[in-house]
Design a protein around this ligand. Structure first.
Ligand code: HEM
Length: 501
């Protein structure tokens, strides 16, 4: 009796799935859009590609657009676009579209500014945090960035004194993690002091990148791991033990500031906790639970830690790989910074044309947040890339397709900062979308720019740098929302230059 009930339930489920699959490819509103047939039938197509075959979705999408054109159906209810104009139709300051829940829930940060799905919730949170990340606030805190960059200079010099090149991917990520933990929580984790920059937190962050696909496609797996107590989570997943430890530290920090907000008075500068716990900056002090504070802290760490590090790593590889660009940059920086012991302000660096162009080119050529940032079309539908898209459709476009569009960037695969200088660069700014556009664009953009300016200028001024055998193929990456670099990391010798002038 029981067995026959189970058998009927399984059969019923199979028949339902078959009917749904047939409906998806015949009568579904997206049935007319081209794409792999199986992707139109079921979402398991993506799961198979990313989890079982270990494919990099952005690279898969490039091939699909070559075959099917500007719009590809990549799921029963999901479209991906390749025409650069479509980017501004989806990510646009005039729109109020929500994020797609399944993708954003994978991060386990549903209560943070990044993870909030609804436009209205995110707007309220961003208004609270914005003052901390405003251009004015960042200008005031540039000395903090300089302090952290000087710490990196010391750490790189230590490695050099031992005759060793440095792992620059981890060195940059250690710098950004120390920077963000100091900036957001007034408590640096001192990752830069770890031998060879293999700080447990940075190693754990790197190890956790490929697990993103499991968390995305198998929500039950994510929920199980997140529900385990820390000691068990460490046993179940030793590669991410550093992250679990960090969660414990951040949870303690949140507990401390929530129960005793007066400890914030000792902080040398404002932190995210000052903003979130100050009843004057939002309407109700009860809005921000301890969970929200913890998830916001984790968001800041990932959003600010990985992205700036990856952009710098990619930028420095290309600078050092092209000696003419390297020496022109050093010349420009040395002129603006004649006395090595007296660094110029951020405002002076921002006025340097080649340095600015090099940072823009690094942001363009680095994969950044490479995955399509999925949004839901509101119920009335919308025009995207010249086509009417029905309400409720999941839409996305990876920034990679804008940054690599030959119609906008000549020889897009080439690192060429000069494309951003002079008359030919007019109108190009619109197509630099590394921080995304619209209401859900990057909250930390001003901080990122400040870090990149001071980091690039200081390393180029204070070191003679030389690649230690790194080749372009070493920088191959896999789309794990942000890029995962499985190859040999960028390694650079950093010889201290007393004075380059
Ligand atoms: C080169 C460096 C950076 C790049 C390329 C970058 C890129 C992006 C992109 C593309 C988004 C949109 C994500 C989405 O729609 O899901 C985003 C969001 C965000 N970024 Fe950044 N980011 C950088 C640095 C930072 C820094 C330093 C912080 C500061 C902690 C930060 C904090 C955030 C936050 C909180 C969000 C969520 C905003 C929202 O969902 O409304 N980012 N970033």
């Amino acid at each position: 009796m029981f067995l026959s009930a189970v058998r009927n339930a399984v059969l019923g489920w199979i028949v339902y799935k078959l009917c749904k699959g047939i409906y998806n490819v015949t009568f579904h509103p997206l049935a007319k859009f081209p794409g792999p047939k199986v992707a139109g039938v079921t979402g398991w197509w993506k799961t198979y590609a990313e989890v079982v075959r270990g494919e990099s979705m952005v690279h898969v999408l490039v091939k699909l657009h070559e075959k099917y054109g500007d719009i590809v159906r990549v799921g029963p209810n999901e479209l991906h676009f390749a025409n650069p104009d479509a980017y501004h139709n989806i990510y646009n300051g005039n729109l109020r579209w929500d994020k797609e829940a399944k993708l954003y829930e994978s991060f386990g940060e549903d209560h943070s500014s990044f993870g909030l799905i609804k436009y209205a919730d995110s707007k309220q949170r961003k208004e609270v945090l914005q003052p901390l990340f405003s251009k004015r606030a960042i200008l005031d805190l540039q000395s903090l960035v300089r302090e952290k960059v000087d710490h990196l200079v010391q750490a790189l010099s230590k490695n050099q004194a031992l005759g060793k090149s440095s792992d620059m991917l981890f060195a940059f990520r250690c710098f950004t993690v120390d920077m963000i933990t100091e900036f957001c929580f007034a408590k640096s984790v001192d990752a830069m002091d770890a031998p060879d920059f293999a700080a447990p937190i940075v190693v754990a962050m790197d190890n956790s990148l490929p697990t993103f696909h499991l968390f995305h496609h198998l929500p039950w797996f994510r929920k199980t791991i997140f529900s385990l107590p820390p000691w068990l989570a460490i046993k179940a997943s030793p590669e991410t033990a550093g992250l679990t430890h960090l969660q414990v530290i951040l949870a303690k920090q949140v507990e401390d500031v929530s129960t005793n907000p007066s400890i914030l008075e000792a902080s040398p500068h404002p932190t995210i906790y000052h903003q979130l716990l100050d009843p004057h900056v939002h309407n109700s002090s009860s809005i921000f639970s301890k969970l929200a504070l913890l998830e916001e802290a984790l968001t800041m760490l990932f959003a600010g830690g990985v992205t700036v590090g990856d952009t710098s790593m990619t930028g420095f590889f290309h600078i050092l790989d092209q000696p003419k660009i390297y020496s022109a940059l050093c010349e420009e920086i040395s002129q603006a910074w004649p006395d090595i012991n007296n660094p110029p302000s951020l405002e002076v660096l921002e006025a340097l044309p080649l340095l600015t162009a090099t940072i823009k080119e690094s942001l363009r050529i680095s994969p950044g947040a490479c995955s399509p940032l999925l949004r839901i079309v509101p119920h009335l539908g919308a025009k995207i890339g010249g086509n009417f898209i029905p309400g409720g459709t999941i839409v996305g476009m990876s920034a990679f397709f804008v940054h690599q569009a030959p119609s906008i960037f000549e020889n897009p695969e080439k690192f060429n900062p000069y494309r951003w200088i002079g008359e030919k660069s007019s109108g190009l700014e619109k197509w630099l979308v590394a921080f995304s556009k619209g209401p859900r664009s990057c909250l930390g953009m001003n901080l990122a720019w400040c870090e990149l300016y001071i980091l690039y200028a200081t390393l180029l001024r204070k070191f003679d740098m030389r690649l230690d055998g790194t080749k372009e193929e070493d920088l191959e990456w896999r789309d794990c929302f942000t890029p995962f670099y499985p190859g040999r990391h960028l390694r650079v010798f950093c010889e201290k230059a007393v004075d380059k002038r």
